[in-house]
Ligand binder design. Sequence first.
Ligand code: ASP
Length: 299
Amino acid sequence: MPSVIIVHGGAASWNPKFEEKAKQGVHQATKLGWDILVEGGSAIDAVEKAVNYLEDHPLYDAGVGSHLNQNGEVEMDAILVDATNENYGAIAGVKTVQHPISLARRVLEDTSHCFFVGQGADDLARQLGFPHMPNIEFVTDVELMSFRKHKVEESGATGTVGAVALDDHGHLAVATSTGGVRHKMPGRVGDTPIFGAGAYADWMLGGVSSTGIGEQVMRYMLGHYAITQINDTTNAQVAATKTAEFIRTKFDDAQVGLIMVDMNGNLGAMHTTQAMPIGWVDSDGNIHSSMGGGINGLA
Ligand code: ASP
């Protein structure tokens, strides 16, 4: 089974002046994940590494650069899905963890639970040895300016991040990490850490990482919907396109996106927003990135 990986940087209205950087970011994240896969590493390691890179990148709405809530604080959500073991780890509302996706992985691997929230999740991070990162260190100038002016359109930092990978042992993993939507009410949690919404996988069908307005994604369990569109005659791209058609019947202003991998190694992507940076590797091992249109413009 040849390995594959696809990465996204969030479905949104991306300010054109940040497009080049956004493409470079997902390109590099894809490369980091791909380097692990070509050396025979696991899909879980690949998606964690790709997402860690984007969590540290100030342009994206995850880790450093996360959107601020109405109190001017960062509250982050993440989920990591291991399709092979039919299990996942998720966290929501964490404020002091540099790499939320790595905490989600430890929930999956080192606890008997699936989902931790708020102070309990931050406390778990300390117990597991994650260093305390003060909340202010996640706040970028762009986000602070946006918070002060309440002018979302002036900002260029817009994207939740995610990755889906299939390794050469046939193991599939999905990771999604976010700071949520801008100016959210404190305590608000979106789709990202919800299994079936912000991420979903079925070891017989494939895996998906979603992005966009969480309240649209989670009301229709879009990740689950997308994966159940895969069957004997539909690949990941057909399923992604069907999911876009479905969500457009539910919302006139649908603002969502997703990336997918099916168990045959086909990639899929769609977004109903103006843009969604993605990075992926083609069958010759070449890394590509784009700001929209999905894989081969099929989205
Ligand atoms: N889905 C995320 C949320 O609603 C935001 C995003 O993907 O941009 O929290």
